[in-house]
Design a binder for this molecule. Structure first.
Ligand code: FAD
Length: 381
């Protein structure tokens, strides 16, 4: 089969590798508009569970990637001056560029071409392909130009976030919430290499307005965030990489393909960064699409139908959880009025996938602190 993949992110790269490994006669080309060594953002995080999924599907890739990841067993919630470490929440992280560079090497070794600095802007450019894969991220033109065919909905969420980094290596995945005169600032931060961390700042829309971010320069915005989190940064600078305020688009598509064109990864659907699953979902899409072809051979319509049928239920579960999670952050100013332990507990149980018994299993001391505040849960759990 001639396969044209638009976008060499985790979804496109991994799909290419799986298809080529299975059948080396596939002629696969990846088109990537960015240069080989450029990418946005800093590090991405995977939960232990996300890595176990990868391991179950592809031990080889798991062994190839995980030695380069930073790992830690706990999560820390900081509620102003109260630090609450929460055990039983393992995570691993890797720089996005590091991840992509390793995936480039992995696919190129299999004989797949990546055409860097090649922007595909019309389907006409790839008309010779038997299969066209739209793996070109959340702002995919393949999706936006065919919204009616895909049944696309985009729900722009009101919170503002900005994806920074810092040279401070934090010792666990942390969520730091600080009250300021303008409102609550939240930082999602974690080490992704021995000397670098992701530092993503999120605020409610009203806080963003009150802080005056609508007229602050990029430099003043960065300084403002450094001041808010001065005691967390210990004198380390916040670093920008084309960082700017954004709003999260919760994207969904009712139909995932038309003719020989199919969507994968963020182009297909976005999952809020607070559940650390965007990259995992993108890679799982790749596995699902690959398995559909493995089962249906080169019957493209049958494979594309099977892809959606099999992938939809597990993916929808995580997508729903991500959408509940992002709403929790949209009410963080109100929630910060809670007792710090109540706040941490509400964070842990925010998606409904972790109940009291599970909190108790992961971190008995957090469960005990909550039980002191709410004795009624003791009998119920
Ligand atoms: C602020 C933020 C924080 C995040 N944090 C995490 C996290 O902690 N953990 C996690 O797992 N995920 C995280 N994610 C999500 C994660 O980055 C994405 O879910 C993941 O990268 C999706 O992979 P993808 O391959 O679908 O798309 P992308 O990684 O977006 O890749 C798409 C590629 O397509 C290329 N492209 C676009 N248009 C064209 C074109 N016309 N022609 C050629 N190439 C094109 C782009 O240059 C890009 O390289 C985060 C996302 C954001 C925005």
């Amino acid at each position: 089969m001639r396969i044209a993949i638009i976008g060499a992110g985790p979804a496109g790269l991994y799909f290419a590798a799986l298809m080529k490994k299975h059948d080396p006669s596939h002629d696969i080309v990846l088109y990537e508009r960015s240069p080989r060594h450029a990418t946005w953002g800093f590090g991405v995080v995977f939960s232990d569970r996300a890595l176990e999924f990868l391991r179950a599907d592809d031990e080889d890739l798991y062994q190839y990637l995980t030695p380069h990841m930073e790992t830690w067993p706990n999560l820390t919630i900081v509620h102003n001056d109260t630090r609450i470490p929460i055990t039983g929440n393992g995570f691993a992280a890797i720089g996005r560029l590091d991840l992509l560079t390793r995936l480039y090497a992995y696919v190129e070794k299999l004989g797949i071409r990546i055409e860097f600095e090649t922007e595909v802007t019309t389907l006409d450019q790839v008309k010779d392909a038997d299969l066209v894969v739209g793996a070109n991220g959340a702002f995919s033109w393949i999706r936006s130009e065919n919204e009616a065919k895909f049944g696309t909905t985009i729900d722009w969420r009101p919170n503002k976030f900005i994806w920074y980094g810092t040279s401070k290596p934090f010792d666990s995945l942390s969520l730091t919430f600080r009250d300021t005169p303008a409102g609550v600032f939240c930082a999602h931060h974690y080490r992704y290499s021995p000397d670098m961390s992701t530092f993503l700042v999120e605020v409610e829309e009203a806080t963003w307005q009150r802080a005056g971010f609508d007229h602050l320069s990029p430099e003043d915005t960065l300084r403002h965030c450094e001041q808010v989190f001065a005691q967390d940064l210990d004198g380390h600078p916040i670093l920008s990489n084309n960082s700017y305020w954004r709003q999260f688009p919760a994207i969904w598509n009712e139909r995932w393909s038309f003719d020989n064109v199919v969507l994968m990864g963020d182009a297909l659907r976005t999952a809020h960064f607070s559940i650390g699953s965007g990259t995992r979902l993108a890679m799982e899409d790749a596995v699902a699409l690959f398995k559909a072809f493995k089962e249906q051979g080169n019957d493209i319509p049958a494979a594309l139908a099977l892809y959606q049928e099999k992938r939809l239920p597990p993916m929808k579960k995580i997508w729903d959880a991500a959408n509940v999670s992002l709403r929790w952050y949209e009410t963080m100013d109100e929630r910060m009025k809670q007792d710090p332990y109540e706040f941490a507990y509400s964070y842990m149980t925010r998606t409904g996938r972790v109940d009291h018994a599970e909190v108790r299993r992961r971190d008995p001391s957090l469960a005990a602190a909550y039980e002191r505040l709410h004795p009624e849960v003791v009998g119920a759990a």
